[in-house]
Design a protein around this ligand. Structure first.
Ligand code: ME8
Length: 646
């Protein structure tokens, strides 16, 4: 099998931050996982170096665009090794072969009649590098950049995107895995339910020269998105190379939701026009936020990957990001969260298991793996290991990294319990129970070998150390191939090597002292008062104040399997959250996307059909002949998502 996995090519108007690092860690981890599964893999990342934004940034620094892009692009390519990210190709859109490929494709699409010249007036956001529709604006501003777009009128070239709208809808409907998670697929389908406008794909050289000249009109350069998306083809030698033949059919792109539209609409329609097969899959993740705000340079709340690596270590950063974020949803970064993961999951659970097990082996057998007793029917570790390997393989393949890791941690947790229940130190005192001791020690070390194998894609450096400690060569199939994920690969008589602790604990005392004291007493008093005052079915003003009502915007909706009544809603209020609402009998998912509704925002989360619901949507219950129906509550004019209802 073959795998081709890509990240976005990042703009060089800013240095890499945790958001870029996350996407690239995801792609690297997936590439390593597919290699573990035996695939021949190509993993590509790179930098996007043309366009208004870059020209502006270079101008600000008073250097030429080329000098500027060379410098920042190197910052990206230099960052990846520090995160143990190893792409097979780092593409730059200023590379000569890319420029030639873009011009080739433009000519091809032009000759086909899919590009025409026209006059256009639109609202242009420099941050997004694209024209926005009125509908996309919030309070007249671009919701991502909080800036008022410029109204621009100019003559330009247009790509007949609308011509391919129906083909694209059919493709998305016929291929449920084309865009995942499902909420983004629904978002795209909902967008495509309105007529698609054609795409402006040029910029006059009077306004911008830092771009690829159109091959059929040198008074224009190529719009940066039309140029950038083609990187996925250039990087594998489109159209003639062997690599293109083996990899294009299996292409998978990883992006965050900010660039869903270019990837889910522009790119597939471009491919349809070129007569090429569409990419296989688009994997869309959410944002890393800091204090509920998207991390971005313009807001100035960026977390630098290099600083994280310095503070916590590379594998801790990789593990933390993959374990903490549910792929598809937003996540919040905080130093406390990463320290907690490091101390609990890595130092306590994994690190302790490794050091306790190996220390006992060194003590009781001189560090030599013993032969387990064949007749011993202790299969507890082996049984769970088999299930964990199955779950892990499925979830890693589905980009559910947090679930795959949670499954692996079940195995770690059982192994730690296994030590306590079997008390190897007691067995060691009774020579007649040596066979039992050997089985227990073997089972623990075979578990460590499996952990070394399964954690490879996520923590490659640590796994090399773990393999070395277990006396296994770091490139041995025993720790680098899923074929060896069955029980019993570890050979008796293998000799351990002493290694340092895998994850030293971090000191949290200092932080705790700085934390402000909690205001518990006041709250408790309030609760007491509440009970006594609630006598006549009336509530006090204080009690009402406890209820937090907010306006939420529904950004995605999907049915819930096995439930006719419930819909799973993703809402912005202003942070993103999931609410399970009993409205499925009255509303179709696609009809509620974009609505602003009232919610109770401070309800304790509850699980409904296995999904955690973080709030409640308010609706009017209308009693009619033959039953009742629900009508969602709304505000009389659009307001920013998350506005409090007073
Ligand atoms: O959009 N959380 O480049 P870009 C999670 N050049 N991921 C984040 C993030 C955050 N807060 N911030 C950025 C471009 N990212 C175009 C792409 S592709 C043909 C052209 C990650 O530098 C995430 O992957 O703005 C997001 O999609 C990407 O960086 C945007 O990078």
């Amino acid at each position: 099998m073959t795998t081709y996995i890509t990240t976005p090519i990042y703009y060089v108007n800013a240095q890499p931050h945790l958001g870029h690092a996350y996407t690239t860690i995801v792609a690297d981890t997936y590439a390593r996982f597919r290699r573990l599964a035996g695939d021949s893999v190509r993993f590509q990342t790179g930098t996007d170096e043309h366009g208004d934004k870059i020209a502006e940034a270079a101008d600000k620094e008073g250097v030429s665009p080329k000098a500027y892009v060379d410098r920042i692009s190197a910052m990206f390519s230099d960052t990846w090794p520090t995160l143990d990210i190893v792409p097979d190709n780092f593409i730059r859109t200023t590379d000569a072969d890319h420029v030639a490929t873009v011009q080739n494709i433009l000519q091809q699409v032009y000759d086909k009649g899919d590009i025409y010249f026209d006059k256009y007036t639109g609202l242009y956001c420099t941050g997004c590098e694209r024209f926005l529709t009125e509908k996309e604006l919030v309070n007249g501003k671009c919701p991502d950049h909080q800036t008022v777009p410029d109204e621009i009128t100019e003559q330009n070239y247009f790509f007949r995107m609308s011509k391919y709208q129906q083909d694209l809808i059919d493709h998305i409907k016929g291929n449920p895995d084309f865009i995942t998670p499902e909420r983004y697929r629904n978002e795209v389908l909902s967008f495509l339910s309105e007529p698609l406008e054609d795409l402006c794909i040029s910029r006059p050289t009077s306004r911008l020269t830092w771009g690829i000249p159109l091959p059929f009109d040198d008074k224009f350069v190529t719009y940066v998105w039309f140029d950038a998306l083609i990187n996925y083809l250039t990087g594998i030698g489109y159209p003639d190379s062997e690599q293109f033949k083996s990899y294009w059919d299996v292409a998978e792109h990883v992006i965050a939701k900010d660039i869903l539209k270019p990837h889910a609409i522009y790119w597939p329609t471009m491919l349809l026009s070129m007569g090429l097969p569409l990419y296989q899959k688009l994997h869309v993740h959410g944002y890393w936020n800091v204090d509920e705000t998207k991390m971005s340079k313009s807001i100035g709340n960026v977390v630098r990957p290099a600083e994280l690596v310095e503070e916590y270590g590379v594998d801790c950063v990789r593990y933390f990001t993959l374990r903490e974020m549910s792929f598809g949803l937003d996540s919040s970064f905080s130093a406390d969260a990463i320290v907690a993961r490091k101390n609990s999951d890595l130092a306590n659970d994994l690190g302790n298991l490794y050091s306790r097990s190996t220390a006992m082996l060194i003590k009781y057998t001189g560090g030599v793996i013993p032969e387990p007793v064949a007749s011993d029917d202790d299969t507890v570790m082996r049984d769970l290991a088999r299930d964990v390997v199955t779950t892990y393989t499925e979830k890693m393949g589905d980009f559910q990294f947090h679930r795959a890791l949670a499954a692996v941690w079940e195995l770690i947790s059982l192994a730690n319990k296994y030590i306590v229940t079997n008390e190897p130190w007691a067995l060691a005192k009774e020579p007649e129970r040596a066979g039992r001791l050997h089985t227990v020690l073997y089972n623990l070390h075979e578990t460590l070998r499996l952990l070394t194998l399964l954690l490879q894609p996520v923590m490659p450096g640590t796994c090399k150390k773990m393999a070395k400690g277990l006396g296994i060569a770091e490139d041995s199939p025993l720790v680098t191939s899923l074929d060896a994920a069955g029980w019993g690969g570890l050979q008796a008589k293998t000799e351990l090597t002493r290694i340092d602790a895998l994850f030293p604990r971090m000191d949290t005392k200092k932080k705790k002292q700085q934390a402000p004291p909690k205001e518990k007493t006041k709250k408790k008093q309030k609760q007491k008062v509440k009970k006594t005052e609630n006598m006549e079915g009336l509530i006090t003003f204080d009690q009402f104040q406890d209820l937090e009502l907010r306006v939420a915007e529904i950004v995605a909706a999907e049915p819930i399997k096995k439930s006719d009544r419930l819909l799973k809603l993703s809402v912005k209020a202003p942070e993103e959250r999931t609410i399970v609402a009993g409205i499925a009998e009255y509303y179709k998912p696609e009809d509620v996307v974009g609505l602003q509704v009232l919610i109770v925002a401070n309800l304790k989360p509850v699980k409904l059909m296995g999904i955690e619901s973080q709030g409640m949507v308010l609706a009017a219950k209308v009693e009619e002949e033959g039953g009742s129906r629900l009508v969602l509550s709304a505000v009389s004019a659009p307001v920013p998502a998350g506005s409090k209802v007073a």
